[in-house]
Ligand binder design. Structure first.
Ligand code: S3P
Length: 204
C-alpha cells in the first residue's frame, strides 16, 4: 500500500458492509459537517459500499426549485433557502436505504437536527478550519455564504457557532488527510462501532 490510497487490503470485506446495511438502525444515514468537508463525495461512496441510494439535499432543492442555490440566495434570500432545505430534509427522512448528504447549514437548527437524529444515524464529518478554508477557496462562488472578502474570518466564526450542532451527531469521523476512499472505510468502521455498542442486543 502506498500513501492513503485504498487497496483491496484496506477495503472492509463486502460481508461487513452487507451486515451493516441490514442493521435495523441503519435505515438511512445523514452526513453533516461544515461546507467543504466532502459530504457529497463521501456520501456517494458510502451509498455504493452499503448498496443504498444516494441523495444530495442541495441538488434536490435545485432540481425541485429549478434554480441554482446561488440564485435562490440572490433572488429569494437565505430564509427562503432554509425553508426549502427544511422541507426537503423532512421529505428525505422518510426514504429508506438512503445516504443523505446535507448542506453545512441544514442541521444547524435544533428542530431539523432533532428530526434527523430521531429518523437516521447522523454522521459528523470532522475537519479543521485550515483544511476547510483551502477546500472552500477552491470554489467560493458556488457557496454564497463564502463569497465574501474575508472567508477565513467568516469560517472561523461560523465554525465556533456551528460545532455545537454538528457535535450532537451520533457518529463523529475525523477524515483529515484521508483520501475519500479511505475516509469512506473509516465512516463504515465508526458506524459499525456505533450500532454494535449502542444496540448490542441485535444479532449483528
Ligand atoms: C451552506 C452550505 C452549502 C449550501 C448552501 C449553504 C451552509 O452546502 O447548502 O450554500 O449554510 O453551510 P455545502 O455544505 O455542501 O457546501
Amino acid at each position: 500500500m502506498s500513501g492513503s490510497h485504498a487497496t483491496d487490503d484496506t477495503l472492509l470485506p463486502t460481508e461487513f458492509c452487507e451486515t451493516l446495511a441490514r442493521h435495523p438502525a441503519l435505515t438511512r444515514l445523514v452526513l453533516t459537517g461544515f461546507m467543504g468537508c466532502g459530504k457529497t463525495t463521501l456520501g456517494r461512496k458510502l451509498a455504493e459500499r452499503l448498496n443504498f441510494n444516494f441523495v444530495d439535499l442541495d441538488a434536490l432543492i435545485e432540481k425541485n426549485q429549478k434554480k441554482r442555490i446561488t440564485d435562490i440566495f440572490a433572488s429569494e434570500g437565505e430564509a427562503a433557502f432554509r425553508q426549502y432545505e427544511r422541507n426537503e430534509l423532512h421529505n428525505v427522512l422518510k426514504w429508506e436505504h438512503y445516504v443523505i448528504a446535507t448542506g453545512g447549514g441544514a442541521l444547524v437548527c435544533q428542530e431539523n437536527l432533532n428530526h434527523a437524529l430521531d429518523n437516521s444515524v447522523v454522521v459528523y464529518i470532522q475537519m479543521d478550519t485550515h483544511d476547510l478554508l483551502e477546500r472552500i477557496l477552491f470554489s467560493p462562488k458556488e457557496r454564497p455564504l463564502m463569497d465574501v472578502p474575508n472567508p477565513q474570518q467568516v469560517i472561523e466564526t461560523m465554525f465556533v457557532a456551528r460545532s455545537p450542532f454538528y457535535e450532537q451527531a451520533q457518529v463523529h469521523v475525523n477524515t483529515l488527510g484521508l483520501k475519500p476512499s479511505l475516509a469512506t472505510e473509516e465512516v463504515l468502521k465508526s458506524l459499525h462501532n456505533y450500532v454494535t455498542r449502542f444496540l448490542p442486543n441485535l444479532p449483528y
